[in-house]
Design a protein around this ligand. Structure first.
Ligand SMILES: OC[C@H]1O[C@H](O[C@H]2O[C@H](CO)[C@@H](O)[C@H](O)[C@H]2O)[C@H](O)[C@@H](O)[C@@H]1O
Length: 684
């Protein structure tokens, strides 16, 4: 299919002209822009443009959906028309972030840096909690610790402590790695800079306060300038700032230094300059800044503790919904390092429990089996510190469980802050959270835990019962039935989900983040995949091949075929059909570019095409319901191969956020078997 230059010209005009394009790139289906001013977009003109199948704005990027196969041609025309530079997806992403407000940019950057550190920090917190159990007084024995009663456990505890405290002690190296990566520099240089700041030759930051009191802080004399020879163990801010400077210098040198000299110049100069700056300016300034910030937060919570508890406890779950909660990890770490504990984290742990309790109550309110089990399993993960499944899967959907959870954690938040409950580490949220709490505050923390279990559970249960009773009295469809219909993960689905041209065309927002947003027509955020083969749909666990059963290839389902015909589950391009063995086909959905693999039978490559008849070739455009290949089930069985056929959404597709399976008997080309939720970032 060809692309008319005038259509691309009109798109350029519609998005505000070439001067409004900061950076442009494309993926398999879309043109992606970072625009100078999105308000200049003429939506009507895009609506009227035949080439543009849809458009929307997300994460500061404006995307125009063109479609696979022609988007690259449209991009070539675009470059020719605008005379612009070719760019990568990353270029557009980093340009797009500039369109966020400064506060949004800081939040996003901090989240990007701290999320990759979570596993290390949480592990450290858990192990410190175990060490705490072994070494804390009054836990198992009055006035004594376990290792005092059983001294043979003392060195065990010491080793646990060494393992646990490493991530915190060397925190600057972890932050250096993650920040340098985020800022686009060398992760290795980031790690080295972090290690420089905790070099054992320096006075440890943990001993700094004592050394100040005793007047023994070691100093360097740099041409008359006295510089403290002190490390930054456990510190966040100095390393964040130093990593930024390091990467700026590294990038500048990479641009200026000839390739032949880069190895000798870039890393040494960048590290040397940043190292000096870190000890002389960046470290002392940010250290002081961090202490002021900490003092400010501490003062606020000390002055009006109930308000802090009410707000942070109550609003933590909505923070999770927005994803902003990870920003507070930096504050937790700063508080722990400067004051020995954080009063924010205990509220996080309890908010997790509260949302879990609310989701659990829904198990007793909801009548449908699918949602009941969703409530049960998601509450369990929330009790163990991860709440998104419960919050998005259950609580936000019904709303009142979310609010009941917020009520519980706000109440507990007040209790905790009024009683100065603090965590000495960032531990595992939810029920194991108590391990990171100072033992003398366990009683209060457990009362808070009780509140977060009882208030949301009872509140949700009572309110839910009243709502469902009212609904059945008035003959309305029960709320859970509506929700169930909404999810469309109906077991034994007999009838097809109504769809508009096989994809569920939706402008609705996905859990608060808008796939539609300023979306125009055709923004797709859920793709319903119809059964390519008639038969019984089962979970991948049933496939006698670990590559499929263990989902190494990706998410999906398997079909026990009752007919030897494979049809296109949507309008697509045949991305690949195995020529020789003819037993598998990869299709690319026309509008979204989502790829799907249909593999007929297991190990059937061994049949070398015997018993298979292919009707299409790689590169063909196919229509939903079109017969793609036929296979002889008896021949497959006679060859000793299972006929069970996996239908897979191959892993690694950015656009795919999650996949839902629809089990039961399926009619080819009619019954949906997979629901593919597309990311708002990648939605086309
Ligand atoms: O900030 C430390 C905590 O980080 C994780 O929990 C938080 O992020 C989760 C993932 O976004 C979210 O589900 C949870 O509600 C947040 O509290 C981690 O799971 C916790 O163990 C950790 O303390």
């Amino acid at each position: 299919m060809s692309v008319r230059r005038e259509d691309v010209e009109k798109i350029v005009e519609a998005i505000g002209g070439k001067d409004n394009i900061e950076v442009a790139t494309h993926c398999v289906t879309r043109l992606r822009f970072s625009l100078v001013d999105e308000s200049k977009v003429d939506k009507q003109a895009l609506d009227d443009n035949e080439l543009a199948k849809g458009y929307f704005s997300t994460q500061g990027q404006f995307q125009v959906i063109i479609g696979p196969g022609i988007v690259d041609k449209a991009y070539e025309e675009l470059i020719a028309i605008t005379g612009g530079q070719r760019a990568t997806k990353e270029d557009v992403k980093s340009a797009a972030i500039k369109h966020k407000s400064p506060v949004q940019q800081v939040i996003k950057t901090l989240s990007d840096i701290f999320i990759p550190l979570l596993p290390a920090l949480v592990t450290a917190g858990l192990l410190l909690g175990i060490n705490n159990l072994l070494t804390g007084n009054d836990i198992f024995f009055a006035g004594q610790s376990l290792i005092q009663v059983y001294p043979q456990w003392a060195d065990f505890a010491a080793i646990v402590n060494t393992i646990a405290s490493t991530a915190f002690t060397f925190l600057p190296a972890l932050v250096g790695w993650s920040a340098a990566t985020r800022f686009g520099g060398s992760p290795l240089l980031g790690v080295i800079l972090g290690l420089i700041l905790v070099n054992p030759g320096l006075l440890s930051a943990y001993d700094y306060a004592n050394a100040v009191n005793e007047g023994t802080v070691p100093t360097w004399n740099l041409f008359g300038l006295q510089i403290n020879a002190v490390g930054y163990q456990g510190q966040v801010l100095p390393m964040l700032a130093a990593a930024y400077v390091l990467v700026m210098i590294e990038k500048w040198l990479n641009r200026k230094v000839p390739d032949s000299l880069k190895l000798l110049v870039v890393a040494p100069v960048a590290l040397l300059v940043t190292g000096f700056l870190a000890f002389v300016v960046i470290g002392p300034v940010t250290f002081a800044l961090g202490n002021w910030l900490t003092a400010g937060v501490v003062w606020l919570f000390a002055t009006v503790p109930w308000l802090g508890g009410l707000l942070y406890g109550g609003l933590y779950a909505p923070l999770v919904i927005t994803g902003m909660h990870h920003t507070f990890l930096a504050v937790d770490l700063q508080l722990i390092n400067s004051t020995g504990g954080t009063f924010l984290w205990p509220m996080l742990a309890l908010s997790n429990i509260a949302q879990g309790a609310a989701a659990l109550a829904m198990m007793f309110v909801i009548r449908t089996q699918k949602m009941k089990s969703l409530s049960g399993t998601t509450s369990l993960t929330a009790f163990l510190g991860v709440t998104e499944p419960a919050v998005f899967g259950v609580n936000v959907r019904y709303k009142y469980p979310l609010f009941m959870g917020m009520l519980g954690s706000a109440t507990a938040g007040v209790l905790l802050t009024m009683n100065n409950v603090r965590a000495f580490a960032v531990g595992v949220g939810g029920l194991p959270g108590f391990l990171a709490i100072n033992v003398e505050k366990w009683t209060i923390f457990f009362i808070g835990m009780g509140i977060c279990l009882v208030v949301p559970f009872v509140g949700t249960l009572l309110y839910g019962k009243v709502v469902t009773r009212k609904q059945s009295d008035s003959g309305e469809a029960a709320e859970e039935d509506l929700a169930e219909r909404d999810v469309k993960t109906v077991e034994n689905a007999k009838s097809p989900i109504p769809n508009t041209g096989n994809a569920v065309v939706s402008h609705a927002s996905r859990s608060g983040s808008s796939a539609g947003g300023t979306a125009g027509r055709d923004a797709v955020n859920v793709l319903d995949v119809l059964a390519p083969i008639r038969g019984n749909v089962v979970l991948l666990d049933n496939v006698p091949d670990p590559a499929f059963a263990e989902k190494q290839m990706g998410e999906g389902i398997a079909i026990e075929p009752s007919e030897g015909k494979l049809f296109a589950p949507f309008d697509a391009t045949v991305a690949h059909v195995i020529d020789k063995s003819k037993h598998a086909v990869i299709l690319e959905h026309s509008m979204t570019g989502v790829q799907i693999l249909v593999h007929v039978g297991i190990d059937t490559v061994g049949l070398k095409g015997e018993g298979f008849k292919v009707h299409v070739a790689t590169g063909d455009q196919v229509k939903e319901g079109q017969l793609l290949l036929e296979f002889d089930m008896e021949k497959i069985k006679a060859g000793g191969y299972p006929t069970i056929s996996p239908v897979i959404i191959p892993a690694g597709q950015d656009i795919v956020e999650r996949v839902e399976e629809v089990l039961g008997s399926a009619e080819a080309g009619k019954t949906p078997v997979l629901r593919v939720h597309l990311s708002s970032e990648g939605v086309t």
